[in-house]
Design a protein around this ligand. Structure first.
Ligand SMILES: NC(=O)c1ccc[n+]([C@@H]2O[C@H](COP(=O)([O-])OP(=O)(O)OC[C@H]3O[C@@H](n4cnc5c(N)ncnc54)[C@H](OP(=O)(O)O)[C@@H]3O)[C@@H](O)[C@H]2O)c1
Length: 241
């Protein structure tokens, strides 16, 4: 198979950095991007990829990065923030919503639009948006919700801002998949599972980020008849919206 090229946003740590490693190990050329060029360079060194500055909230940075990358087989919208640590829904101000949505939602749309010309030059283009299982309506409701409804309610909506931003990202994933289906561009989302990373330092269940990173490679390498417009779990099953 011809060498394929991927670009990962927020690849300076955690799941994104691990995904860069898995992809380069598998022979992909990987643009290892970060909002800090120095961090992107250090991460690219570790992963054997190409460093590129890309702040997903900065239009000039997005345009410059898109101008550098001529052809792309896979765009991984992985950059994410969770600024509502310790801030419940009932006291969240507009600032915390803006910060979350700027990166997790608006950033994904702006980066996706900017890289579409490069993706259209690929014979089998893919977009993978790193979402969260906590965004799922199904997993957040019903008699046995996967995510702790009681705790969420008692703390006034724990991580509600973040979770709602990822729910918005899920809808964007579906709408992009529908809009790009005729062009042969697959667009999916990933629920990577709870992982101990900079974004989730309190995670103490020992879940290794590498399992999620490896899932990114697996999903990008699914065969041509694989689905578009779905939320994948890290184990490759399709998760409910
Ligand atoms: N860890 C979990 O339990 C978990 C669960 C569900 C979903 N996720 C999702 O997984 C993705 C990766 O997160 P992670 O857990 O691996 O955490 P992480 O190590 O903190 O990685 C997040 C990455 O996003 C980057 N980033 C933040 N704002 C950015 C911006 N404006 N432009 C470009 N890059 C930016 C960070 O860069 P800096 O180093 O510059 O901050 C960092 O490289 C996120 O979308 C997150 O929501 C994680």
């Amino acid at each position: 198979m011809a060498q394929r090229t991927a670009l990962i946003t927020g690849a300076t740590s955690g799941i994104g950095l691990g995904a860069a490693r898995h992809l380069t190990d598998a022979g992909w050329t990987v643009w290892v991007t970060g909002r800090s060029l120095a961090k992107a360079e250090a991460a690219a060194d570790q992963a054997g990829g190409r460093p590129l500055q890309l702040d997903v909230t900065d239009a000039a940075s997005i345009a410059a990065a898109a101008g550098t990358v001529a052809e792309l087989d896979a765009l991984v919208n992985n950059a994410g923030v969770q600024p509502d640590f310790g801030i419940g829904l009932l006291e969240a101000g507009a600032e915390v919503f803006r910060e979350s949505y700027e990166t997790n939602v608006f950033g994904v749309a702006q980066v996706t639009n900017a890289f579409l010309p490069a993706l259209r030059r690929s014979p089998a283009p893919r977009i993978l948006n790193v979402s969260s299982g906590t965004s799922s309506f199904t997993w957040s409701t019903g008699p046995n919700p996967q995510f702790d409804h009681e705790r969420a309610a008692s703390s006034g909506g724990r991580f509600a801002v973040y979770r709602s931003s990822k729910t918005a990202l899920n809808m964007l994933t579906l709408l992009y998949a529908q809009a790009l289906d005729g062009d042969g561009i697959k667009v999916n989302a990933l629920a990577p599972g709870a992982r101990k990373t900079n974004l989730n330092p309190a995670m103490d269940r020992g879940a290794d980020a590498d399992e999620a990173s490896s899932a990114i490679r697996t999903l990008l390498e699914l065969p041509a008849d694989s689905p578009t417009g779905v939320l994948f779990s890290y184990d490759g099953t399709i998760a409910p919206w």
